[in-house]
Every structure is written in structure tokens, then in C-alpha cells.
Design a protein around this ligand. Structure first.
Ligand SMILES: [Zn+2]
Length: 96
């Protein structure tokens, strides 16, 4: 994941789209840097995504239980898309 992707995904998360100053983005990045040690990679996320989405649908405690996955989804647009697609499928097949 490169810096450009991070900035883009932060921008994507702000609704409605607002102008974001570089300073604000840098502030986010400083927070990210601190969390860097605990960051997981896309591959690691992929391994956990099934479990995460299943918990999200059933117990609704996925974010508390697997905060690193939650963090990664917040930061990584690609994995977030994957997550939303999976969530959509599970929700449709879980009957509620
Ligand atoms: Zn990712």
C-alpha cells in the first residue's frame, strides 16, 4: 500500500466530499504511522476476511474482536470493496 492509496482512501471516506487540505491528510498519516506496527497486509486481511464478515453478519462484534481487520478496511479501498462484496453476499444468503 502506498501513500497515494492511503490518501485516496481517506478522501473516499469523507461524505460529502469536502476539500481536504494537505495538512489534514498529513495529520491522518501521522496517526497511521503510529499504528503502522500493528498494520496487517492485504494478504493477511484476505485470510481473515471470511471470518470477519461472518461475525459481522451474525454476532455484529467483528470490529471489536478483530480491530486490525477493521483498521485495514478503513485504509485500504481494495480490501474494503472485497469486504463489502462478501458482506452483501452473506447478508443475502443469511435470510435477514
Ligand atoms: Zn488491503
Amino acid at each position: 500500500m502506498n501513500i497515494r492509496n492511503i490518501i485516496q482512501s481517506i478522501r473516499n471516506r469523507l461524505h460529502p466530499p469536502e476539500h481536504l487540505s494537505d495538512e489534514t491528510v498529513l495529520g491522518f498519516l501521522r496517526v497511521l504511522e503510529k499504528a503502522e506496527k500493528e498494520e496487517i497486509s492485504c494478504n493477511e486481511l484476505y485470510d481473515k476476511l471470511d471470518e470477519y464478515v461472518e461475525r459481522e453478519v451474525n454476532q455484529k462484534d467483528a470490529a471489536q474482536l478483530m480491530p486490525l481487520v477493521r483498521d485495514h478496511l478503513d485504509l485500504c479501498a481494495e480490501c474494503c470493496e472485497e469486504y463489502e462484496a462478501l458482506l452483501d453476499v452473506l447478508e443475502k444468503t443469511s435470510g435477514h
